[in-house]
Design a protein around this ligand. Structure first.
Ligand code: HEC
Ligand code: HEC
Ligand code: HEC
Ligand code: HEC
Length: 106
């Protein structure tokens, strides 16, 4: 009986933790980048349906790109990292914007 209670408690704990983690790690629905040539609006939720998380979060964590890019000398500069990741996929799939003013909107 005692064992069963422990097992039950553990199960409840694990499932409630899992719920919290899912809610947190999906991140923001939309991200806006302000740049001099125009603001880029990135629909994160829509992109989550188009690709695996690890395609973009390539280091397996969900830290901000600029926590490495612009700091770690082995990582491409932030502008190049975003441009490469965003544009390469759009080019490859022939879907999504590839021209400056399709992404950077004044
Ligand atoms: C697929 C979308 C996309 C396209 C196409 C694109 N960009 Fe960007 N660009 C971004 C994102 C995202 C950032 C990151 C902004 C940040 O770091 O805050 C960025 C950053 C920049 C920055 C640095 C931010 C700043 O204000 O200094 C410049 C400059 C820039 N882009 C110019 C261009 C030019 C020029 C083109 C066309 C040759 C272009 N971009 C095409 C998405 C795009
Ligand atoms: C098409 C690319 C792409 C896909 C797919 C994607 N993300 Fe993101 N995600 C981003 C970008 C870009 C950011 C903004 C990070 C930045 O600019 O520093 C972000 C931000 C986040 C953040 C917030 C990070 C922070 O600390 O601000 C979390 C959490 C996150 N994503 C989780 C996920 C999860 C979970 C999945 C899969 C279900 C996923 N993402 C799929 C590109 C993507
Ligand atoms: C924990 C550190 C870290 C985080 C977080 C991170 N990167 Fe990187 N990234 C690197 C390093 C280091 C490299 C260079 C070595 C390599 O290719 O793995 C790199 C390489 C890249 C490349 C070039 C890959 C190639 O094939 O040339 C792109 C594009 C890129 N990152 C985009 C992003 C974007 C966009 C984000 C945020 C969604 C991000 N990275 C988050 C460390 C990181
Ligand atoms: C793994 C592939 C992939 C990556 C990486 C990716 N995209 Fe996209 N993106 C797509 C596809 C596919 C579409 C077209 C969706 C459609 O037409 O239904 C799209 C559409 C878009 C659109 C137009 C539709 C909308 O959501 O408003 C914008 C803007 C956009 N992407 C910005 C970005 C930016 C900024 C990044 C980098 C931070 C990025 N994308 C990274 C695949 C990708």
């Amino acid at each position: 009986m005692k064992k069963l209670m422990i097992l039950l408690t553990a199960t409840i704990l694990v499932s409630s933790i899992a719920t919290v983690v899912v809610a947190v790690t999906n991140g923001p629905a939309e991200i806006k980048y302000t740049a001099k040539i125009g603001t880029v609006t990135f629909n994160h939720t829509a992109h989550q349906e188009l690709a695996e998380c690890a395609t973009c979060h390539h280091t397996g964590d969900y830290n901000q790109c600029k926590s490495c890019h612009g700091i770690d000398p082995h990582a491409p500069k932030p502008k190049d990292a975003y441009h490469k990741q965003c544009k390469d996929c759009h080019k490859e799939l022939k879907k999504g914007p590839t021209k400056c003013k399709e992404c950077h909107i004044k």
